[in-house]
Design a protein around this ligand. Structure first.
Ligand code: ADP
Ligand code: RBF
Ligand code: MG
Length: 178
C-alpha cells in the first residue's frame, strides 16, 4: 500500500541525471490492457516490454519514472500522422499492483494534448529519473491522485537546465540505441 504522508515536490539531483540515468528505451506504441486509462483521464501509450532491451535495461526496477519522449513514424508502415517532437513524459514500468497484472508493462503518459491516437508510432524514451516505487491503492481515486502528483513532480524536474538539455539527445535523431 502507498505510505501515507506528503510527497516530495521534486526528485533527482539538481544538476542533472546521475547513473544509471539516462536510460534509453524504445518501441512501437501498441494496444495496452484496454482497461481505459483514458477513463481515468490519463491515457498511457504502451510499448512492448521487449523495448527495455533496446538499451539493455530489462532488469530495471519497477516503478514510476520521468523524462522525455520522442514520437516519430515508423518508415514503410501504415502509420499515424504524428508530429515528430520531444515531449515531457511520466511513465510506469511494472505490474500495476492495483490491477494485479500478470504481465509487466511499460506505459507512458505524455504531458501534451494530442488531437488523435497514435498507435503504430515509434516512441523513443530518455528516462532521466526515478520518482517512486509502484503501490497498491485503496481506490481508483487515490491512484489517480498520485499519478497527478507524479506529473507535477516530472514537470518540475524537467524544467531544470540539467534535464532540459537532454531534449536534444542524439537518441532522438532516430538511432536505435546510440
Ligand atoms: P491502451 O490500453 O490501449 O494503452 P489507453 O486508454 O491507455 O489505451 O490509451 C492509450 C492511447 O491513447 C495511446 O496509445 C495513444 O495512442 C493515445 N494517447 C492520446 N493522448 C495521449 C497522451 N497524452 N499520452 C499517451 N497516450 C495518448
Ligand atoms: N498502477 C499501479 O497499480 N500502481 C502504481 O503505483 C501506478 N503508478 C502509475 C504511475 C504513472 C505515472 C502511470 C502513468 C501509471 C501508473 N500505474 C500504476 C498504472 C495504471 O494502473 C495504468 O496506467 C492503468 O491501469 C491503465 O493501464
Ligand atoms: Mg495504456
Amino acid at each position: 500500500m502507498r505510505p501515507s504522508g506528503p510527497r516530495d515536490p521534486v526528485v533527482g539531483p539538481p544538476g542533472g541525471p546521475e547513473p544509471p540515468f539516462p536510460l534509453r528505451v524504445a518501441g512501437e506504441v501498441v494496444k495496452g490492457f484496454g482497461r481505459g486509462s483514458k477513463d481515468l483521464g490519463i491515457p498511457t501509450a504502451n510499448i512492448p516490454i521487449e523495448g527495455l532491451s533496446v538499451g539493455g535495461h530489462e532488469d530495471v526496477e519497477s516503478g514510476v519514472y520521468y523524462g522525455w519522449a520522442f514520437l516519430s513514424s515508423i518508415p514503410d508502415t501504415a502509420k499515424p500522422d504524428v508530429k515528430e517532437d520531444v515531449y515531457p513524459m511520466v511513465m510506469s514500468i511494472g505490474w500495476n499492483p492495483f490491477y494485479k497484472n500478470e504481465k509487466r508493462s511499460v506505459e507512458v503518459h505524455i504531458m501534451h494534448d494530442f488531437p488523435a491516437d497514435f498507435y503504430g508510432a515509434r516512441m523513443s524514451l530518455l528516462i532521466l529519473g526515478f520518482i517512486r516505487p509502484e503501490y497498491d491503492y485503496v481506490s481508483k481515486e487515490a491512484l489517480i491522485e498520485d499519478i497527478r502528483t507524479d506529473m507535477e513532480v516530472a514537470r518540475r524536474g524537467l524544467e531544470r537546465d540539467g534535464y532540459l538539455r537532454w531534449k536534444d539527445d542524439k537518441f532522438f535523431g532516430g538511432d536505435e540505441a546510440s
